[in-house]
Design a binder for this molecule. Structure first.
Ligand SMILES: Nc1ncnc2c1ncn2[C@@H]1O[C@H](COP(=O)(O)OP(=O)(O)OP(=O)(O)O)[C@@H](O)[C@H]1O
Ligand SMILES: [Mg+2]
Length: 281
């Protein structure tokens, strides 16, 4: 359900980013509406995570403009991005081992409207967010006790706690089991209904077409295009991602048959003893 008349949650325009002298993003555009899943697709190294790390206030030395809810922003830190309602669930999860679930959910709460919470309130609120996600988890348990799939859900609970409207999931299913993926997709539906926009990074075709409203493709740091899922059939999407038809991945060519430069011969005790007979074959 895309709220097409609603103002954009996010608009990133003309984004450039270099590491040392190597340009990894060149004039990239990306926007997000409330209630949509916008897939950010592209091959390994295309620049997807880097673009989202800019949005998340991790990389601050980029050029281009970012608007959140129609207002220019210039994030100098992760806290700046969080305060603007942006939650990013990174490929490398950011939960902290020695802390319990509730402490992780409210980590950084000093910057949010929850700054007044005491410990027991934190536990109570955490339980509410976990329930909302259908997670039967004791918020007092240490985060390390949970498998990665559950840790990811706890990251989503954290996004809910901070009332984030822009939720980025960077290849969230790479460590999930099939039922966990189904659960995640249900949660994404719920988040859409609440008016959140989801940026979902993946290159798994079946995932793209089961949840995408729109798709943007990056290739080698270049912006290739944005389309609705209906208007971007998989062949075209693959062409956008890899820059050629998939059946041209190993281009057919007529082999040039020249003279053999090296001839393999089998030497066994038996045929060595036959000498010239083998070599003559
Ligand atoms: N911290 C960094 N320092 C130097 N180069 C980096 C850094 N982070 C990313 N890069 C480079 O920037 C380019 C884009 O990387 P990025 O991680 O954004 O790609 P990606 O599209 O997320 O790929 P993947 O699908 O593998 O996660 C790559 O060439 C990568 O090597
Ligand atoms: Mg990445």
């Amino acid at each position: 359900m895309v709220h097409s008349n609603a103002p954009l949650l996010l608009k990133m325009n003309g984004i450039y980013k270099s590491f040392s002298d190597v340009e990894v993003l060149t004039d990239v555009h990306f926007d997000l509406s409330p209630g949509e899943v916008h897939i950010l697709a592209g091959e390994n190294g295309a620049g997807k995570s880097t673009l989202m790390k800019i949005l998340g206030g991790i990389h601050t030395d980029h050029s281009g403009s970012i608007e959140v809810n129609g207002k220019d922003v210039d994030f100098k830190s992760v806290q700046d991005a969080t305060s603007a309602g942006i939650s990013i669930i990174y490929q490398e999860l950011s939960l902290i081992g020695p802390l319990n679930v509730a402490e992780n959910i409210f980590l950084g709460k000093e910057k949010s409207s929850y700054s007044w919470l005491n410990k027991s309130q934190m536990l109570e609120y955490s339980k509410q967010f976990l329930d909302k996600l259908g997670l039967d988890i004791n918020p007092k348990d240490n985060i390390e006790n949970f498998p990665i799939g559950i840790q990811q859900m706890i990251e989503i609970a954290k996004a809910l706690a901070f009332d984030s409207k822009i939720i980025v999931m960077d290849e969230p299913t790479s460590a999930l089991t099939e039922p966990e993926v189904k659960k995640l997709f249900k949660i994404i539906e719920q988040l859409k209904e609440q008016g959140c926009g989801i940026v979902y990074i993946t290159h798994k075709m079946e995932e793209i077409y089961s949840i995408a409203d729109r798709i943007t493709v990056l290739r080698d740091g270049q912006y290739i295009g944005t389309e609705t899922a209906e208007n971007l059939p998989s062949e075209k999407l693959i062409r956008w991602m890899v820059g050629r038809e998939l059946n041209q991945q190993f281009p057919r060519h007529t082999p040039h048959i020249g003279n053999a430069r090296l001839q393999a011969r089998v030497f066994t005790k038996e045929n060595i003893s036959k000498g010239g007979e083998v070599l003559g074959q």
